[in-house]
Design a protein around this ligand. Sequence first.
Ligand code: NAP
Length: 320
Amino acid sequence: MKKRLGLGTWSWGNKLFWNYQSANDNDLRETYEEALKRGFYLIDSADSYGTGKLNGRSEELLGKFLSDTSSFQKKRIQIATKLAPYPWRLGNKGFTRPFLNSLKRLDNKLDIVQIHWSTAKYNPWQELQLLNNLCDLIDQGFNFQIGLSNIGPQRLKNIIQYLSKRNRKVKSVQIQFSLLSPDSMKQINVKRICESNQIDFLAYSPLSFGILCIDPETNENKQDSLLRSLIFKNYTEATIDLRRCLKKIAVSRSVSQAQVAINWCCYQGVIPLVGMRKKSQVIDISNVFKWNLNKKEFEMLQDASENCLKKMPRNPFSSV
Ligand SMILES: NC(=O)c1ccc[n+]([C@@H]2O[C@H](COP(=O)([O-])OP(=O)(O)OC[C@H]3O[C@@H](n4cnc5c(N)ncnc54)[C@H](OP(=O)(O)O)[C@@H]3O)[C@@H](O)[C@H]2O)c1
């Protein structure tokens, strides 16, 4: 199967975790342009991306870059956003205004609309009403496909059935998927359901916020923000053997640790959404198109992942 890579834009506008600085917006534009040039097929955003006053910033930046893109190039890329099912976005019209706002920010280019997380834990009916809302918008002539995020296998099966009653399909599902993500059985079950229903499985945080890229010899912590720095400190010791394994493969192939971690995703046929904010990162990651992990390397990484002392935290809104 042909490898597909997506670009994630959570850090674009996020000060709290990613220490976003608007002075670096040109780096983001270059990141976007390079991703288009190097055959990334999808760009993922969300209406909740951007902290405080910067809410919506990721979509706004993407919209600005899209407006300077030729229609030929725009046709080759898919733009996905996630609408947040906040408890006050209720009923069969709860998403209408947020959808229109995202569409406007994204310069009218919106191919996949995903529900950011499952409401199963606080209001199980809400996400079904919001799905109806999305189906109504499509019926009214808006041209997009429906995606889900942070969904478990049971809920996914229910939603597939629910949408089929309205003659609609789930286009994509994104969940946390990396060498450090928790709940591997749940992920495998979601992946199986996706495979048997021709749903794209998108792997988010495939580099575990960048932890998997830290050199195990120097343990250099990027000190981006207090929060990210604390998380990195917390995982330095616990992930050392896993990162040694990544480095061993990286050195033997003359590639980066990041490429090895992304190719671990690709080996399993999933589509990684890689968070990037520099052109050099896109150039590095695009080399993943040029090589594959072999079975032995994959198994070494699996072992190291299974034996890793600490996994990433679960998303609290992920459903069963
Ligand atoms: N659905 C959800 O709830 C959800 C949750 C989280 C994420 N996501 C999506 O998934 C995307 C990716 O996840 P993520 O942003 O959490 O992080 P990630 O992809 O796991 O890690 C991104 C970080 O890794 C570092 N990195 C990237 N390429 C690198 C390279 N070639 N070499 C070295 N370091 C590299 C960068 O850190 P520096 O820039 O600091 O160097 C980058 O910011 C998000 O942007 C978002 O679109 C969705």
